[in-house]
Design a protein around this ligand. Structure first.
Ligand code: GLY
Length: 361
């Protein structure tokens, strides 16, 4: 079992273990009522562990299953949750438990942020992507028809229970997509992690592929430690440090939007990392060999390195609307001083980066 501290507000722990869900009651004590938010499929596999833990401690559970996919991450779902909690009398001192991947964590987290002007939320991520990223750091949001994550709030959880045994039931594509976000951490500044994530991915390939609990505990803990460190230093993305967690994400979000979510988020991040590496090399911020390392890492994890067929013009238009952009195009890129936000790269460098991921421009 590993524990990573996030030092924001009162602070909270990310607990990483193969039976973390057994301790849901402990993370919520002494509360006696919770709203448990999940999805039918997730609940089928992991609901019993959570309910069992809460039952043993005599905690009353108000249970809701929300829909699957990005469509469920909506204001309508938030209203549905809040109305149910109001009918059931969930109070300010009670709590919400989010059991699932990013859709559940973001939606339940945002509902918890606004219900009674803020009620405690315990994040129990059941996907690799959510364990290493979405569940940590208090970003919550839902989508509007106009775009992803447009309505949200910073609402730090009271704890994060990353039970790596839940990853055994993830569909292969979803598990692998989570490795895209892990690859991001591997490519972030070595000074933060000492290169440990890249080493595990390279040297323990079979264990990672086989979802070995020890390897996963190590990978999730190291990734969570990077995220915790960055979030602790810049909780509300004001200094630019937290924005570096979006390495590879500017193109990734555009690929998801323009490609109508044909690519999973982690797959889009994988392509976005290759793009960011190529863009940095084309701007002579890093050597070409370092950009090739991005491709080698991503390809070695069985993730896509290209996204051919999507029009560069549409991708550029979406990237200009990115909420991190300051009017033009903004990318997080490696360089001599580590990761930095870079505005409006030259057209020639952009064309080279698009070509590196199989996109004509
Ligand atoms: N997923 C990026 C962040 O939490 O800031």
């Amino acid at each position: 079992m590993a524990r990573v501290r996030v030092g924001v507000g009162d602070g909270y722990d990310v607990v990483v273990s193969e039976d973390a869900l057994a301790d849901v009651w402990l993370a919520l004590a002494p509360r006696k009522r919770v709203g448990l938010v999940s999805q039918a499929g997730v609940f089928e596999h992991h609901g019993a562990a959570v309910i069992g833990s809460l039952d043993r401690a005599g905690v009353e559970v108000i249970r809701t299953a929300i829909g699957d996919g990005e469509d469920a991450k909506s204001m309508a779902t938030v209203q549905q949750l809040c109305r149910l909690w109001a009918r059931e009398g969930l109070l300010r001192g009670d709590a919400v438990v989010a059991l699932g991947g990013g859709v559940v964590g973001d939606t339940a987290g945002f509902a918890a942020a606004v219900y009674h002007r803020g009620i405690a939320v315990l994040q129990c991520p059941t996907t690799l992507l959510a364990m290493v990223d979405a569940a940590i750091g208090g970003k919550t949001a839902v989508n509007l028809p106009e775009g992803k994550n447009l309505v949200g709030a910073f609402h730090q959880p009271v704890g994060v229970l990353a039970d790596v045994s839940t990853l055994a039931t993830l569909p292969d594509r979803e598990y692998r997509a989570g490795l895209g976000e892990v690859a991001k951490y591997a490519l972030m500044d070595d000074a933060i992690d000492d290169g440990g994530i890249a080493r595990i991915l390279a040297e323990q390939r079979a264990a990672v592929e086989g979802r070995d609990v020890a390897a996963l505990t190590d990978l999730v803990t190291r990734s969570a430690a990077i995220k915790a460190r960055v979030v602790t230093a810049d909780p509300e993305e004001r200094t630019g440090l937290r924005a570096t967690l979006n390495y590879g994400h500017t193109l990734a979000h555009a690929l998801e939007t323009v490609g109508h979510h044909d690519l999973h988020h982690g797959e889009a991040v994988a392509v976005g990392l290759v793009f960011a590496g190529a863009l940095a090399a084309a701007m002579e911020r890093i050597p070409v060999a370092a950009a090739e390392d991005h491709r080698t890492l991503v390809a070695g994890l069985g993730l896509p390195t290209e996204a051919p067929g999507l029009p560069a013009g549409d991708l550029l238009a979406v990237m200009r609307r990115d909420k991190k952009a300051s009017g033009g195009l903004t990318f997080v890129l490696q360089g001599p001083y580590g990761l930095e936000s870079i505005d409006d790269p030259p057209a020639r460098a952009l064309a080279a980066a698009f070509a590196a991921v199989g996109i004509d421009s």
